[in-house]
Design a binder for this molecule. Structure first.
Ligand code: SAM
Ligand code: SF4
Length: 459
Protein backbone atom coordinates (compact mmCIF):
# COMPACT_ATOMS: atom_id res chain seq x y z
CA UNK A 1 0.00 0.00 0.00
CA UNK A 2 1.44 3.39 -0.96
CA UNK A 3 1.89 6.21 1.52
CA UNK A 4 -0.78 8.91 1.70
CA UNK A 5 0.44 12.50 1.87
CA UNK A 6 -1.95 15.31 2.92
CA UNK A 7 -1.56 18.54 0.96
CA UNK A 8 -0.83 21.52 3.21
CA UNK A 9 -2.04 24.90 2.07
CA UNK A 10 0.81 27.45 2.43
CA UNK A 11 0.28 30.30 4.93
CA UNK A 12 2.02 32.85 2.78
CA UNK A 13 -0.09 33.99 -0.20
CA UNK A 14 0.93 36.15 -3.16
CA UNK A 15 0.28 39.87 -2.82
CA UNK A 16 -1.71 42.01 -5.26
CA UNK A 17 -3.72 40.86 -8.27
CA UNK A 18 -1.26 38.30 -9.63
CA UNK A 19 -2.49 36.27 -12.63
CA UNK A 20 -1.78 32.75 -13.87
CA UNK A 21 -2.15 30.89 -17.15
CA UNK A 22 -1.82 27.14 -17.61
CA UNK A 23 -1.53 25.57 -21.02
CA UNK A 24 -2.07 21.84 -20.99
CA UNK A 25 -1.24 19.25 -23.66
CA UNK A 26 -2.24 15.60 -24.03
CA UNK A 27 -4.71 13.28 -22.39
CA UNK A 28 -7.51 13.63 -19.81
CA UNK A 29 -5.06 12.74 -17.01
CA UNK A 30 -3.08 15.85 -17.95
CA UNK A 31 -6.24 17.96 -18.14
CA UNK A 32 -7.08 16.76 -14.66
CA UNK A 33 -3.54 17.59 -13.44
CA UNK A 34 -4.01 21.09 -14.89
CA UNK A 35 -7.10 21.47 -12.70
CA UNK A 36 -4.92 20.71 -9.66
CA UNK A 37 -2.25 23.18 -10.82
CA UNK A 38 -4.99 25.83 -11.15
CA UNK A 39 -6.36 24.92 -7.72
CA UNK A 40 -2.92 25.24 -6.10
CA UNK A 41 -2.27 28.61 -7.79
CA UNK A 42 -5.69 30.00 -6.82
CA UNK A 43 -5.13 28.80 -3.26
CA UNK A 44 -1.88 30.80 -3.36
CA UNK A 45 -3.85 33.90 -4.36
CA UNK A 46 -3.38 33.93 -8.15
CA UNK A 47 -6.35 34.66 -10.43
CA UNK A 48 -6.80 33.13 -13.91
CA UNK A 49 -6.20 34.89 -17.22
CA UNK A 50 -6.33 33.76 -20.84
CA UNK A 51 -3.90 36.42 -22.04
CA UNK A 52 -0.18 35.53 -21.98
CA UNK A 53 0.81 39.23 -21.74
CA UNK A 54 -1.24 39.65 -18.55
CA UNK A 55 0.09 36.58 -16.76
CA UNK A 56 2.58 36.71 -13.86
CA UNK A 57 3.09 32.97 -14.06
CA UNK A 58 2.71 30.71 -17.12
CA UNK A 59 2.94 26.94 -16.74
CA UNK A 60 3.11 24.50 -19.65
CA UNK A 61 1.76 21.12 -18.55
CA UNK A 62 3.36 18.82 -21.10
CA UNK A 63 2.75 15.44 -22.76
CA UNK A 64 5.31 13.11 -24.36
CA UNK A 65 3.17 10.26 -25.70
CA UNK A 66 3.80 11.44 -29.27
CA UNK A 67 6.39 13.72 -30.84
CA UNK A 68 3.83 16.27 -32.06
CA UNK A 69 2.88 17.18 -28.48
CA UNK A 70 6.56 17.73 -27.62
CA UNK A 71 7.22 19.85 -30.71
CA UNK A 72 4.30 22.12 -29.82
CA UNK A 73 5.87 22.81 -26.41
CA UNK A 74 9.27 23.65 -27.92
CA UNK A 75 7.57 25.97 -30.43
CA UNK A 76 5.61 27.71 -27.70
CA UNK A 77 8.68 28.12 -25.49
CA UNK A 78 10.48 29.74 -28.43
CA UNK A 79 7.64 32.25 -28.78
CA UNK A 80 7.51 32.93 -25.02
CA UNK A 81 11.16 34.00 -25.00
CA UNK A 82 10.17 37.51 -26.21
CA UNK A 83 7.55 37.86 -23.48
CA UNK A 84 10.05 36.87 -20.80
CA UNK A 85 12.55 39.48 -22.10
CA UNK A 86 9.84 42.16 -21.99
CA UNK A 87 8.63 41.06 -18.56
CA UNK A 88 11.55 39.60 -16.56
CA UNK A 89 9.42 39.03 -13.43
CA UNK A 90 7.18 36.61 -15.31
CA UNK A 91 7.63 33.08 -13.90
CA UNK A 92 7.75 30.54 -16.70
CA UNK A 93 7.30 26.89 -15.77
CA UNK A 94 7.37 23.56 -17.62
CA UNK A 95 5.97 20.49 -15.90
CA UNK A 96 4.34 17.11 -16.58
CA UNK A 97 5.57 14.18 -18.64
CA UNK A 98 8.29 15.86 -20.76
CA UNK A 99 10.65 16.91 -17.93
CA UNK A 100 10.10 13.54 -16.30
CA UNK A 101 12.58 12.22 -18.93
CA UNK A 102 16.07 13.25 -17.81
CA UNK A 103 17.42 14.06 -21.27
CA UNK A 104 14.37 16.20 -22.09
CA UNK A 105 14.65 18.14 -18.81
CA UNK A 106 18.31 18.84 -19.67
CA UNK A 107 17.37 19.88 -23.21
CA UNK A 108 14.77 22.38 -21.91
CA UNK A 109 17.30 23.74 -19.42
CA UNK A 110 19.96 24.12 -22.11
CA UNK A 111 17.87 25.40 -25.04
CA UNK A 112 15.49 27.60 -23.05
CA UNK A 113 17.58 28.95 -20.14
CA UNK A 114 14.94 31.61 -19.42
CA UNK A 115 12.53 28.94 -18.07
CA UNK A 116 12.34 29.51 -14.28
CA UNK A 117 10.72 26.32 -13.11
CA UNK A 118 11.00 22.73 -14.32
CA UNK A 119 9.24 19.97 -12.41
CA UNK A 120 7.79 16.53 -13.13
CA UNK A 121 4.65 14.48 -12.58
CA UNK A 122 5.44 13.39 -9.01
CA UNK A 123 5.98 16.74 -7.25
CA UNK A 124 3.10 18.98 -8.43
CA UNK A 125 2.08 19.49 -4.79
CA UNK A 126 5.45 21.15 -4.12
CA UNK A 127 4.60 24.00 -6.51
CA UNK A 128 4.09 26.73 -3.82
CA UNK A 129 7.53 26.05 -2.32
CA UNK A 130 9.19 26.02 -5.74
CA UNK A 131 7.55 29.34 -6.74
CA UNK A 132 8.72 30.85 -3.45
CA UNK A 133 12.24 29.61 -4.16
CA UNK A 134 12.29 31.22 -7.63
CA UNK A 135 11.04 34.52 -6.20
CA UNK A 136 13.42 34.58 -3.23
CA UNK A 137 16.62 33.37 -4.90
CA UNK A 138 16.05 34.81 -8.39
CA UNK A 139 17.33 31.63 -9.94
CA UNK A 140 15.83 28.75 -11.85
CA UNK A 141 14.53 25.66 -10.04
CA UNK A 142 14.79 22.22 -11.65
CA UNK A 143 13.21 19.54 -9.48
CA UNK A 144 12.10 16.26 -10.98
CA UNK A 145 11.53 13.30 -8.68
CA UNK A 146 12.67 10.11 -10.38
CA UNK A 147 10.01 8.01 -8.66
CA UNK A 148 6.65 8.51 -7.03
CA UNK A 149 6.65 8.95 -3.23
CA UNK A 150 2.98 8.39 -2.47
CA UNK A 151 -0.51 9.63 -3.19
CA UNK A 152 -1.19 13.25 -2.32
CA UNK A 153 -4.74 13.90 -1.12
CA UNK A 154 -6.68 17.13 -0.64
CA UNK A 155 -4.86 19.08 -3.32
CA UNK A 156 -7.04 22.11 -4.18
CA UNK A 157 -8.84 21.78 -7.54
CA UNK A 158 -10.27 24.39 -9.90
CA UNK A 159 -12.51 22.33 -12.21
CA UNK A 160 -13.22 23.51 -15.75
CA UNK A 161 -16.75 22.12 -15.91
CA UNK A 162 -19.69 22.54 -13.54
CA UNK A 163 -21.61 19.43 -14.55
CA UNK A 164 -19.04 16.75 -15.33
CA UNK A 165 -15.93 16.06 -13.26
CA UNK A 166 -12.83 13.96 -13.80
CA UNK A 167 -11.82 11.92 -10.78
CA UNK A 168 -8.45 10.18 -10.78
CA UNK A 169 -8.78 6.78 -9.12
CA UNK A 170 -5.25 5.55 -9.77
CA UNK A 171 -1.92 6.80 -10.98
CA UNK A 172 0.80 5.19 -13.11
CA UNK A 173 0.91 2.09 -15.27
CA UNK A 174 2.56 -1.33 -14.93
CA UNK A 175 1.89 -2.57 -18.45
CA UNK A 176 4.96 -1.50 -20.38
CA UNK A 177 3.45 -1.79 -23.85
CA UNK A 178 6.63 -1.73 -25.93
CA UNK A 179 5.74 1.50 -27.81
CA UNK A 180 4.64 3.54 -24.81
CA UNK A 181 6.50 6.07 -22.65
CA UNK A 182 3.77 6.40 -19.99
CA UNK A 183 5.11 3.85 -17.43
CA UNK A 184 8.50 5.62 -17.51
CA UNK A 185 7.07 9.07 -16.78
CA UNK A 186 4.06 8.26 -14.61
CA UNK A 187 5.55 5.54 -12.40
CA UNK A 188 4.01 2.31 -11.09
CA UNK A 189 0.30 1.77 -10.46
CA UNK A 190 -0.96 3.36 -7.24
CA UNK A 191 -4.64 3.20 -6.32
CA UNK A 192 -6.31 5.89 -4.24
CA UNK A 193 -8.17 4.62 -1.21
CA UNK A 194 -11.84 3.89 -1.95
CA UNK A 195 -12.98 6.13 0.92
CA UNK A 196 -11.07 9.12 -0.53
CA UNK A 197 -12.63 8.58 -3.97
CA UNK A 198 -16.14 8.12 -2.57
CA UNK A 199 -15.81 11.24 -0.39
CA UNK A 200 -14.57 13.30 -3.35
CA UNK A 201 -17.54 12.22 -5.46
CA UNK A 202 -20.05 12.78 -2.66
CA UNK A 203 -18.69 16.33 -2.33
CA UNK A 204 -18.94 16.84 -6.09
CA UNK A 205 -22.60 15.80 -6.03
CA UNK A 206 -23.20 18.29 -3.21
CA UNK A 207 -21.72 20.98 -5.46
CA UNK A 208 -24.17 20.03 -8.23
CA UNK A 209 -22.09 17.72 -10.41
CA UNK A 210 -24.12 15.09 -12.28
CA UNK A 211 -21.46 13.00 -13.97
CA UNK A 212 -18.02 11.70 -13.06
CA UNK A 213 -15.39 10.07 -15.24
CA UNK A 214 -13.05 7.82 -13.30
CA UNK A 215 -9.53 8.21 -14.64
CA UNK A 216 -6.52 5.93 -14.76
CA UNK A 217 -4.21 4.48 -17.41
CA UNK A 218 -5.75 1.09 -16.72
CA UNK A 219 -8.75 1.53 -14.43
CA UNK A 220 -9.64 -2.13 -14.34
CA UNK A 221 -6.47 -3.02 -12.50
CA UNK A 222 -7.63 -0.64 -9.73
CA UNK A 223 -6.99 -2.07 -6.26
CA UNK A 224 -4.44 -4.69 -7.25
CA UNK A 225 -1.75 -2.78 -5.33
CA UNK A 226 -3.88 -2.46 -2.18
CA UNK A 227 -3.71 -4.82 0.78
CA UNK A 228 -7.49 -5.23 0.85
CA UNK A 229 -9.54 -7.29 -1.58
CA UNK A 230 -11.35 -4.38 -3.22
CA UNK A 231 -11.32 -4.02 -7.01
CA UNK A 232 -12.69 -1.75 -9.72
CA UNK A 233 -16.03 -3.60 -9.79
CA UNK A 234 -16.42 -3.01 -6.01
CA UNK A 235 -15.71 0.67 -6.47
CA UNK A 236 -18.36 0.92 -9.22
CA UNK A 237 -20.91 -0.81 -6.98
CA UNK A 238 -20.19 1.64 -4.13
CA UNK A 239 -20.32 4.70 -6.40
CA UNK A 240 -23.57 3.50 -7.93
CA UNK A 241 -25.19 3.99 -4.50
CA UNK A 242 -24.37 7.72 -4.30
CA UNK A 243 -27.65 9.60 -4.35
CA UNK A 244 -27.85 12.53 -6.75
CA UNK A 245 -25.08 11.22 -8.99
CA UNK A 246 -26.54 10.49 -12.45
CA UNK A 247 -23.74 9.03 -14.53
CA UNK A 248 -20.46 7.21 -14.01
CA UNK A 249 -17.93 6.84 -16.83
CA UNK A 250 -14.40 5.49 -16.77
CA UNK A 251 -11.30 5.48 -18.92
CA UNK A 252 -9.13 3.78 -19.94
CA UNK A 253 -9.75 0.07 -19.63
CA UNK A 254 -7.17 -2.46 -20.70
CA UNK A 255 -8.79 -5.35 -22.62
CA UNK A 256 -6.58 -7.88 -20.81
CA UNK A 257 -7.91 -7.05 -17.35
CA UNK A 258 -11.60 -6.78 -18.23
CA UNK A 259 -13.12 -9.78 -16.47
CA UNK A 260 -16.66 -11.17 -16.54
CA UNK A 261 -17.47 -9.85 -13.05
CA UNK A 262 -16.74 -6.32 -14.23
CA UNK A 263 -19.00 -6.79 -17.27
CA UNK A 264 -21.81 -8.10 -15.05
CA UNK A 265 -21.42 -5.22 -12.57
CA UNK A 266 -21.52 -2.65 -15.38
CA UNK A 267 -24.60 -4.37 -16.82
CA UNK A 268 -26.38 -4.17 -13.45
CA UNK A 269 -25.17 -0.82 -12.06
CA UNK A 270 -27.74 1.83 -13.03
CA UNK A 271 -25.42 4.84 -13.14
CA UNK A 272 -22.53 3.24 -14.99
CA UNK A 273 -22.87 4.28 -18.63
CA UNK A 274 -22.97 1.80 -21.49
CA UNK A 275 -19.78 3.05 -23.08
CA UNK A 276 -16.70 0.86 -23.30
CA UNK A 277 -13.47 2.45 -24.50
CA UNK A 278 -11.30 -0.58 -25.17
CA UNK A 279 -8.07 0.24 -26.99
CA UNK A 280 -7.27 -2.67 -29.31
CA UNK A 281 -4.19 -0.98 -30.86
CA UNK A 282 -3.86 -3.68 -33.54
CA UNK A 283 -5.70 -6.64 -35.03
CA UNK A 284 -2.74 -8.90 -35.73
CA UNK A 285 -1.66 -11.42 -33.10
CA UNK A 286 1.95 -11.08 -34.17
CA UNK A 287 1.88 -7.29 -33.64
CA UNK A 288 -0.12 -7.54 -30.39
CA UNK A 289 2.58 -9.85 -29.06
CA UNK A 290 5.37 -7.50 -30.15
CA UNK A 291 3.45 -4.67 -28.46
CA UNK A 292 3.25 -6.71 -25.22
CA UNK A 293 -0.50 -6.12 -25.02
CA UNK A 294 -1.25 -9.40 -23.24
CA UNK A 295 -4.25 -10.51 -25.36
CA UNK A 296 -4.89 -12.04 -28.77
CA UNK A 297 -7.39 -10.80 -31.36
CA UNK A 298 -9.55 -13.83 -30.52
CA UNK A 299 -9.59 -12.91 -26.82
CA UNK A 300 -10.38 -9.29 -27.69
CA UNK A 301 -13.24 -10.29 -30.00
CA UNK A 302 -14.56 -12.70 -27.37
CA UNK A 303 -14.55 -9.85 -24.82
CA UNK A 304 -16.49 -7.60 -27.22
CA UNK A 305 -18.99 -10.41 -27.79
CA UNK A 306 -19.48 -10.92 -24.04
CA UNK A 307 -19.95 -7.17 -23.53
CA UNK A 308 -22.47 -6.97 -26.36
CA UNK A 309 -24.51 -9.87 -25.00
CA UNK A 310 -24.53 -8.53 -21.41
CA UNK A 311 -25.09 -4.88 -22.43
CA UNK A 312 -26.92 -5.02 -25.79
CA UNK A 313 -26.99 -1.25 -26.39
CA UNK A 314 -23.31 -0.77 -25.48
CA UNK A 315 -21.19 1.65 -27.45
CA UNK A 316 -17.66 0.41 -28.13
CA UNK A 317 -14.79 2.76 -28.99
CA UNK A 318 -11.04 2.22 -29.19
CA UNK A 319 -7.52 3.51 -29.73
CA UNK A 320 -5.93 2.00 -32.85
CA UNK A 321 -2.37 2.30 -34.09
CA UNK A 322 -0.81 1.81 -37.50
CA UNK A 323 2.83 1.40 -38.49
CA UNK A 324 4.11 -0.35 -35.37
CA UNK A 325 7.64 -1.69 -36.16
CA UNK A 326 7.49 -4.69 -38.46
CA UNK A 327 3.80 -4.23 -39.35
CA UNK A 328 3.27 -5.89 -42.74
CA UNK A 329 0.39 -5.32 -45.15
CA UNK A 330 -1.07 -8.59 -43.86
CA UNK A 331 -0.87 -7.40 -40.23
CA UNK A 332 -2.54 -4.14 -41.19
CA UNK A 333 -5.28 -6.07 -43.01
CA UNK A 334 -5.94 -7.83 -39.67
CA UNK A 335 -6.48 -4.41 -38.04
CA UNK A 336 -8.93 -3.41 -40.77
CA UNK A 337 -10.68 -6.76 -40.35
CA UNK A 338 -10.96 -6.25 -36.57
CA UNK A 339 -12.51 -2.82 -37.14
CA UNK A 340 -15.06 -4.36 -39.53
CA UNK A 341 -15.96 -7.07 -37.02
CA UNK A 342 -16.31 -4.83 -33.95
CA UNK A 343 -17.84 -1.88 -35.81
CA UNK A 344 -16.64 0.77 -33.33
CA UNK A 345 -18.80 3.83 -32.85
CA UNK A 346 -15.60 5.88 -33.06
CA UNK A 347 -11.87 5.43 -32.64
CA UNK A 348 -8.78 7.48 -31.88
CA UNK A 349 -6.36 6.51 -34.62
CA UNK A 350 -2.61 6.98 -34.21
CA UNK A 351 0.46 6.60 -36.37
CA UNK A 352 3.18 4.81 -34.41
CA UNK A 353 5.81 7.27 -33.25
CA UNK A 354 9.29 6.39 -31.93
CA UNK A 355 9.66 7.09 -28.21
CA UNK A 356 13.29 6.95 -27.12
CA UNK A 357 13.86 4.52 -24.26
CA UNK A 358 11.01 2.16 -25.18
CA UNK A 359 11.75 -1.33 -26.62
CA UNK A 360 9.94 -0.62 -29.91
CA UNK A 361 12.31 2.26 -30.66
CA UNK A 362 15.03 -0.32 -31.36
CA UNK A 363 12.87 -2.49 -33.64
CA UNK A 364 12.84 -2.27 -37.45
CA UNK A 365 10.70 0.74 -38.39
CA UNK A 366 8.00 1.02 -41.05
CA UNK A 367 8.53 3.70 -43.74
CA UNK A 368 6.71 6.99 -43.13
CA UNK A 369 4.89 6.92 -46.48
CA UNK A 370 3.57 3.42 -45.72
CA UNK A 371 2.30 4.63 -42.31
CA UNK A 372 0.60 7.67 -43.90
CA UNK A 373 -1.13 5.55 -46.50
CA UNK A 374 -2.33 3.04 -43.87
CA UNK A 375 -3.69 5.67 -41.49
CA UNK A 376 -5.72 7.17 -44.36
CA UNK A 377 -7.26 3.78 -45.12
CA UNK A 378 -8.00 3.13 -41.46
CA UNK A 379 -9.63 6.54 -40.94
CA UNK A 380 -11.69 6.10 -44.10
CA UNK A 381 -13.01 2.73 -42.94
CA UNK A 382 -13.72 3.93 -39.40
CA UNK A 383 -15.50 7.07 -40.65
CA UNK A 384 -17.74 4.94 -42.87
CA UNK A 385 -18.66 2.71 -39.91
CA UNK A 386 -19.16 5.66 -37.50
CA UNK A 387 -21.52 7.27 -40.01
CA UNK A 388 -23.44 4.04 -40.60
CA UNK A 389 -23.76 3.44 -36.84
CA UNK A 390 -25.04 6.97 -36.30
CA UNK A 391 -27.60 6.58 -39.13
CA UNK A 392 -28.85 3.47 -37.29
CA UNK A 393 -29.72 5.67 -34.29
CA UNK A 394 -32.32 7.63 -36.30
CA UNK A 395 -35.79 7.27 -34.80
CA UNK A 396 -34.46 6.06 -31.43
CA UNK A 397 -34.97 8.02 -28.20
CA UNK A 398 -31.99 8.65 -25.89
CA UNK A 399 -31.54 10.11 -22.43
CA UNK A 400 -29.34 13.19 -22.90
CA UNK A 401 -27.51 15.17 -20.21
CA UNK A 402 -27.79 18.76 -21.46
CA UNK A 403 -24.45 20.60 -21.37
CA UNK A 404 -25.61 24.00 -22.72
CA UNK A 405 -25.63 25.91 -26.00
CA UNK A 406 -23.59 24.57 -28.92
CA UNK A 407 -20.40 26.49 -29.67
CA UNK A 408 -21.43 27.67 -33.13
CA UNK A 409 -25.19 28.10 -32.80
CA UNK A 410 -26.76 29.56 -29.63
CA UNK A 411 -30.19 28.36 -30.81
CA UNK A 412 -29.15 24.73 -30.38
CA UNK A 413 -28.45 22.80 -27.19
CA UNK A 414 -25.79 20.10 -26.95
CA UNK A 415 -25.56 17.12 -24.67
CA UNK A 416 -24.43 13.51 -24.55
CA UNK A 417 -26.18 10.17 -24.49
CA UNK A 418 -25.16 7.57 -21.92
CA UNK A 419 -23.25 5.97 -24.81
CA UNK A 420 -21.24 9.23 -25.02
CA UNK A 421 -22.64 10.36 -28.36
CA UNK A 422 -22.95 14.09 -28.94
CA UNK A 423 -26.56 15.19 -29.61
CA UNK A 424 -27.71 18.64 -30.78
CA UNK A 425 -31.35 19.75 -30.60
CA UNK A 426 -33.54 22.79 -30.07
CA UNK A 427 -34.64 23.63 -26.56
CA UNK A 428 -34.59 26.29 -23.84
CA UNK A 429 -31.24 27.05 -22.18
CA UNK A 430 -32.86 26.33 -18.80
CA UNK A 431 -32.55 22.64 -19.62
CA UNK A 432 -28.77 22.87 -19.03
CA UNK A 433 -27.77 20.34 -16.39
CA UNK A 434 -30.98 18.33 -16.83
CA UNK A 435 -31.57 14.85 -18.19
CA UNK A 436 -34.01 14.95 -21.12
CA UNK A 437 -35.31 12.51 -23.72
CA UNK A 438 -34.30 13.30 -27.31
CA UNK A 439 -35.51 11.56 -30.46
CA UNK A 440 -32.80 11.26 -33.11
CA UNK A 441 -33.81 12.71 -36.46
CA UNK A 442 -30.48 12.55 -38.29
CA UNK A 443 -27.24 10.65 -37.76
CA UNK A 444 -24.11 12.47 -38.94
CA UNK A 445 -20.45 11.43 -38.87
CA UNK A 446 -19.57 12.91 -35.48
CA UNK A 447 -22.93 13.77 -33.93
CA UNK A 448 -26.63 13.08 -33.81
CA UNK A 449 -29.33 15.67 -34.52
CA UNK A 450 -32.55 15.30 -32.60
CA UNK A 451 -35.71 16.81 -31.22
CA UNK A 452 -36.80 17.11 -27.64
CA UNK A 453 -39.41 14.58 -26.59
CA UNK A 454 -41.96 16.48 -24.51
CA UNK A 455 -43.37 14.86 -21.34
CA UNK A 456 -40.86 12.04 -21.73
CA UNK A 457 -43.03 10.32 -24.39
CA UNK A 458 -41.60 8.91 -27.57
CA UNK A 459 -43.64 10.91 -30.04
N1 SAM B 1 -3.53 3.48 -21.04
C1 SAM B 1 -4.31 3.58 -22.18
C2 SAM B 1 -4.38 2.25 -22.89
O1 SAM B 1 -3.54 1.42 -22.76
O2 SAM B 1 -5.27 2.09 -23.65
C3 SAM B 1 -3.87 4.63 -23.17
C4 SAM B 1 -2.90 5.67 -22.79
S1 SAM B 1 -1.97 6.34 -24.10
C5 SAM B 1 -1.59 7.85 -23.39
C6 SAM B 1 -3.19 6.76 -25.31
C7 SAM B 1 -2.93 6.14 -26.65
O3 SAM B 1 -1.80 6.72 -27.24
C8 SAM B 1 -2.63 4.67 -26.66
O4 SAM B 1 -3.78 3.88 -26.55
C9 SAM B 1 -1.92 4.48 -27.97
O5 SAM B 1 -2.84 4.16 -28.99
C10 SAM B 1 -1.32 5.84 -28.23
N2 SAM B 1 0.13 5.79 -28.15
C11 SAM B 1 0.90 5.49 -27.07
N3 SAM B 1 2.20 5.49 -27.41
C12 SAM B 1 2.26 5.78 -28.73
C13 SAM B 1 3.32 5.91 -29.67
N4 SAM B 1 4.59 5.69 -29.32
N5 SAM B 1 3.02 6.22 -30.94
C14 SAM B 1 1.73 6.43 -31.32
N6 SAM B 1 0.69 6.31 -30.49
C15 SAM B 1 0.96 5.99 -29.20
FE1 SF4 C 1 0.86 2.95 -22.25
FE2 SF4 C 1 0.11 0.41 -22.39
FE3 SF4 C 1 0.16 1.65 -20.02
FE4 SF4 C 1 -1.68 2.31 -21.83
S1 SF4 C 1 -1.46 0.32 -20.82
S2 SF4 C 1 -0.44 3.70 -20.62
S3 SF4 C 1 -0.60 2.09 -23.73
S4 SF4 C 1 1.91 1.18 -21.31
Amino acid sequence: MVEKIEYKSPNKKVEGQKKYLIQSFGCQMNERDAESLSGILEDLGYIPTDAQEEADIIILNTCCVRETAESKVYGLLGRLRKLKVAKPDLILGVCGCMPQQEDVAKKIRHNFPFVDLIFGTHNVHELPRMIHQVQENHEAVLEVWATEKGIVENVPVRRKDKLKAWVTIMYGCNNFCTYCIVPYVRGRERSRKPEDIIKEIQDLVQEGYKEVTLLGQNVNSYGKDMDVNYRFADLLLDLDKIEGLERIRFMTSHPRDFDQRLIDVIASAKKVCEHFHLPAQAGSNRILKLMNRGYTREQYLDLIQRIKSAVPNASITADLMVGFPGETEEDFADTLDLVKRVRYDSAFTFVYNIRTGTPAAKMEQVAEEVKSERIQRLIELQNKISYENNRQEEGKVFEVLVEGETKNNPDLLAGRTRTNKLVVFQGPIELTGKLVQVKITKGRLNLLEGELVLNGTND
